[in-house]
Design a protein around this ligand. Structure first.
Ligand SMILES: [Zn+2]
Length: 151
């Protein structure tokens, strides 16, 4: 942080479904960072995530309700609300200085706002691949029903 310089990035408000957990964040690369992942956990969770530096996310309320889930290498830290079960954010294994944040938790945002979202290859994880590079496994596309445009 550059003390004395205003942070001009948007400060987003976010919450889980029941509202017990509330947090605020600034994105590290805006909405361009939106993606999904095909690893064994993310394919079940099904959320679109955006990225924030760990120092740019603050839990404002309900930290005691957050439950930590870890598996396999136990490096990534996946948090969800113990009351409503909604995934809020996770500390990435690929970049421990980054959180992935559930876009559906961010006020006014929906996973269906994105016409296409890259799916990161989490099966061949960048930390396990020979060259350490992140790969795209594919794209998830969403076509809104044309009738919805009349709203
Ligand atoms: Zn909740």
């Amino acid at each position: 942080m550059n003390e004395g310089f205003p942070d001009e990035r948007v400060l987003y408000q976010a919450a889980c479904h029941c509202g017990t957990v509330r947090f605020a964040l600034r994105l590290s690369d805006g909405l361009r960072s939106a993606r999904r992942c095909n690893c064994s956990y993310c394919r079940m969770r099904g959320a679109v995530a955006v990225s924030a530096h760990v120092g740019d996310l603050e839990v404002l309320q309900g930290a005691q309700a957050l439950t930590l889930y870890q598996f396999n290498t136990r490096e990534a830290r996946h948090y969800f609300c113990s009351r409503c079960g909604i995934y809020t954010f996770h500390q990435r294994r690929s970049s421990p200085d980054q959180y992935g944040i559930n876009v559906a938790c961010i006020e006014g945002m929906s996973p269906f706002d994105f016409a296409e979202v890259p799916v990161s290859d989490g099966v061949v994880h960048p930390r396990d691949s020979a060259d350490g590079k992140a790969r795209i496994a594919g794209w998830l596309r969403y076509d809104a029903d044309p009738a919805e445009d009349d709203d």
